[in-house]
Every structure is written in C-alpha cells, then in structure tokens.
Design a binder for this molecule. Structure first.
Ligand SMILES: Nc1ncnc2c1ncn2[C@@H]1O[C@H](COP(=O)(O)OP(=O)(O)OP(=O)(O)O)[C@@H](O)[C@H]1O
Ligand SMILES: [Mg+2]
Length: 440
C-alpha cells in the first residue's frame, strides 16, 4: 500500500481515470508518492486464484482510492488489499470523509447526501475528484467522479467508468455493491418514516438497479402534481398524465419494496436458524401503507387502477393539503425486535444498533447471494460505538465470514484488536493516512 499527499492537487478532471490520463497519473504517483505501505498480496480479480495465492471468496473491493481536493484531503492515494480496513483517527481527522468518498463509487449522493459543492476542499479551487480502482463482478474497473469548476462556473457531477463519461451516477448501479451504516442512522427506528423508506430503497437498489429510474419518475411526477395542487390549478387535463405515471410507477415501487422485504425476511429466518443466539437479533419486518396492503390481497393491475381512481377522486382534498396524501411515498417500513416482540422504536439505543446491524448483515448476505457470492463493500462508520466486546467480536466474525471488504472507523484501535492479522490498520491524521500497527 502506498499513501501520498499531493501538495498541489491536479485539476479534478485530471484525476478521473480515462485510459490516457490514468497512465499519466501512474507516472505522477511514482514520482511523488512516498511509498510507506506495501499492500499484502491480494487477489487481482474476483477469484484470486493465481498460482501461489490463497483463493479468497469473490467480493467487491477497492484496491486504490485517490482523492483530490476532497473535503479535508488536498490529495491522497491509498492502496489496500481485499481484506477489511480499519481507519483509526482522532475526531475531525477525516475518517468519515474517506468513507463518504468511497460511498460516491455507488449510485446516489453518498452517505451524507451532501450537496456536491460542499465536498470541495474549503481551501482549494472548488473542484473535487474521487477516483478508484474497484474489483467488481465484471472484473477490475476504474471509476472516477467529481465536479470541476470552469470559466462558466461549476459543472454537474461527472462520472467516468474506465474513462468513458456516463450520464449520471445510475451507471454505477450495476457495478459496485455497497452497504453502509453511519451514526446518523442511529435514529432510523425513532425518526421520520422517510428515513426508513430511504433505507429500504437503498436495499432494493442493490439488487434492482432499474428501481432508481422508476423511483425518480415517480418523484418527478409527484413534485409536478404537488406544484399544480399548490398553485390551485383546476384543469383536469393537466393532472391526468401525471397521475397515470404516478399509478404505474407507484405500484411498481410498492411491489419492489414488498419483494425486498419478503426476500430479506427469508434471509433473516435463515440466519435465525443458523445462529438463534446471535447478538444481532432477528427482526420482523412489515411494510405499512395502503398500496402495500392492497398488493398483498389483489393483483397489481387492480391496485394500479384503484390508485389512479384515488388520485382522481382526491384532488380537492390534496389541493386543500397542498400535497398528495395517498401513495407509496407515505408508506412506512416497520421493524420489530424478534426475540423481545418489541417495536424497534421502543428498544434501547444498543438494542437498536444491534437490530440495525442484524438487518444490514442480512442484507449484505442477500446481495452476495444474488451476486454469485460476491459480498458487497461495507462502510461502517463508528461501528463499535454502542457495541460491547461480545457484539464487536460477533460483528467482526460476521464480516470475515461474509468475506466483505469492510471499511470501519474508530478512535481507538484496541476496539478492533480481534481483527489483528485479518484487517489492514491505517491511521488517519489531519487528512493524511499512514500505516498503523495492528493492536496486540
Ligand atoms: N469541504 C471541506 N473542506 C475542508 N475540510 C472539511 C470540509 N468538509 C469537512 N471538513 C473537515 O474535515 C474534517 C474531518 O471530518 P470527518 O467528518 O471526516 O472527521 P472524522 O475523522 O470522521 O471525525 P469524528 O471522529 O469526529 O467523526 C473536519 O474537521 C471537517 O470540518
Ligand atoms: Mg466521523
């Protein structure tokens, strides 16, 4: 592994891997990178079955990450193997920023859902770039993403795969599987239903990349209908096309959610059978929404007709409310602590964290099962907070059994002692990274 800090960040565009630029960058790295860390032998492909190397289970993993003008990283290159990575550093050193940069290799706005201009280094020129070599089921790919500032102002987010520009982050959906848990999700079970829907929707995206397109169409049509309602528009013709889109996409969304919940519940049942005393308790999952309930009882075409009729019939009510009150955007994803029979929102903070981890581990297993055993990349920010020693050990065991490249952060390496010899330990200090000896 090597790390480098580049004092003069190249332009964001130069950091994107197009074949030509990548070659130049490799040259540049050789010139400037102080090579402090050597990667452990790691599989160069999914199978990792080169002669002399221990085969490892297939997995998605990042081999090289390069940040340019990204938050508190002026310039950074990190190279690691396929094993889990533990990032240790003080508060404010850049641990979450690094996980956030990794999360931009998956579709969407990243794990903080930050506005893109926020990602640019505060002392820099305003451009930022994240580039990575990622091992996927399709083999190793170079992914580059970022935003550049030109004379005409800030450009939209750029995404390149093996140097080819793509229309948006959706192109990453088929490529990189990633699942994350952040401290912001600690309030998942007690907070607004919207957060739980978003959590579920991210789970679905992992095995149904086209879900995003349908969800975006629904979202756009919903915004347009809400604008008509708020403006007091009364011409029925202006509602009809939008409501047809809402009915079509809305039913598809609800059906995809129901399918995901069923698949996840089946996996949770399997895990429960395998390990009935797991410290990550099994949970009962339920979708609560009018369309979801209707879909459980009637064919989808009937439910679609009914939703269309409801939208037509409730324009007056919705006009008074200033927004659409019926639809899958109102559903909730309800989780119950299985062994205790207690709604998750009434569980203790530690119990909620354990439940969340149980769900996320089940989901990671489900993704792997649907991807020929290739585990997704896990981003686990401050994951040991709220976990006692037994639960920490159980989590590490699960990660190793799954074979996932988990990127975990913490402030005390001793919390990760059980991973010594099985994970890469790195120290994050003020936007720089160095090797760290594994704790004894
Ligand atoms: N656009 C930016 N430019 C420069 N610095 C930034 C930018 N955005 C955030 N930072 C700073 O980056 C630093 C590291 O933030 P980060 O959230 O990664 O810390 P952390 O290591 O996760 O800390 P903690 O342990 O407290 O969670 C913080 O001091 C933050 O203020
Ligand atoms: Mg943090």
């Amino acid at each position: 592994m090597q790390t480098s800090t580049v004092s003069e960040p190249p332009s964001a565009d130069a950091a994107f891997p197009s074949p030509h630029v990548a070659d130049e960058r490799e040259e540049g790295d050789r010139r400037t990178a102080p090579v402090g860390i050597t990667p452990t032998p790691s599989p160069s492909s999914q199978g990792g079955d080169e002669p002399g190397r221990t085969p490892v289970p297939p997995r998605h993993w990042v081999e090289r990450l390069s940040l340019t003008g990204y938050r508190n990283y002026a310039g950074l290159v990190v190279e690691v193997g396929a094993e889990p990575v533990v990032l240790i550093g003080q508060n404010g050193s850049g641990k979450t920023n690094l996980l956030e940069a990794l999360s931009l290799l998956a579709p969407g706005q990243g794990l903080r859902r930050a506005a893109y201009p926020e990602l640019a280094n505060a002392g820099g020129a305003g451009s930022w770039a994240v580039a990575a070599r990622v091992h996927t089921q399709a083999g190793a790919v170079d992914i580059g993403t970022g935003q550049t500032i030109s004379d005409n102002g800030r450009q939209g987010r750029i995404v390149r795969i093996d140097g080819d520009p793509r229309g948006g982050t959706g192109a990453l959906a088929d490529l990189v599987e990633m699942v994350w848990v952040t401290p912001a999700m600690d309030g998942l079970f007690t907070g607004a239903a919207g957060e739980r829907r978003r959590f579920l929707d991210r789970l679905i995206l992992c095995f149904d990349p086209s879900y995003r397109t349908r969800a975006n169409r629904f979202e756009r049509a919903m915004q347009q209908r809400n604008r008509l309602l708020a403006d007091g528009v009364r011409e029925n013709a202006r509602f009809e096309g939008l409501e047809t889109i809402l009915a079509e996409t809305g039913i598809a969304i609800a059906a995809a959610r129901a399918e995901a919940v069923t698949a996840l519940a089946a996996l949770i049942a399997e895990r429960r059978e395998r390990d009935p005393d797991s410290p990550f308790p099994w949970s009962e999952l339920r979708l609560d929404g009018e369309i979801e309930r209707a879909l459980a009882e009637r064919p989808a075409v009937d439910v679609e007709d009914q939703y269309l009729a409801t939208l037509r019939a409730t324009r007056e009510r919705d006009r008074a409310a200033g927004r659409t009150l019926s639809g899958p955007h109102r559903a909730d994803f309800l989780v119950t602590h299985g062994p205790k029979g207690m709604p998750a929102r009434l569980c203790s903070t530690g119990e909620q964290k354990a439940l969340l981890l149980g769900l996320v581990l089940a989901h990671a297993e489900l993704v792997a099962a649907r991807r020929d055993g290739a585990a997704p990349i896990l981003l686990l920010d401050e994951i040991t907070a709220h976990l006692d020693a037994d639960r920490r050990a159980a989590l590490f065991e699960s990660i190793l059994a799954l074979g996932a490249q988990a990127w975990m952060t913490g402030t005390d390496e001793r919390d990760f002692a059980a991973l010594a010899g099985q994970a890469r330990f790195l120290e994050v200090c003020d936007g720089r990274i160095a090797a760290l000896r594994a704790p004894a």
